[in-house]
Ligand binder design. Structure first.
Ligand SMILES: [Zn+2]
Length: 106
């Protein structure tokens, strides 16, 4: 559940690259807006996760976190979540290219 092996924080640019590579349409399911804020882990210095609760008799006890990447519609605030491990694994396999100053446009 909690991804302890990949400690790198994701920035919004990484998430945007992931979404573009996966062909995500980027449309709010509630209002059809196309603009989202992406929670930038590097900016806030943290990550987001849903608590996972396990049944223990008649009680629910904490069993860690299910980590997610969160996008918020800038129009209505609807939240959209992606499984963080899938995003982080893709980013690790597809590192951002360095932008070199003075390189010609192609
Ligand atoms: Zn919306």
């Amino acid at each position: 559940m909690t991804d302890m092996t990949n400690r790198r924080l994701l920035n919004s640019r990484d998430v945007r690259r992931f979404l573009a590579a996966k062909g995500a349409r980027g449309q709010c399911s509630a209002c059809a807006n196309h603009d989202f804020d992406i929670l930038d882990e590097e900016l806030i210095g943290g990550r987001v996760g849903y608590p996972v609760l396990q049944r223990n008799g008649n009680e629910a006890v904490s069993a860690g976190l299910f980590e997610v990447v969160v996008l918020a519609c800038t129009n209505c605030g609807n939240l959209c979540t992606y499984e963080r491990k899938i995003v982080a694994d893709w980013v690790a396999s597809n590192p951002a290219k360095k932008i070199s100053v003075g390189a010609g446009a192609s």
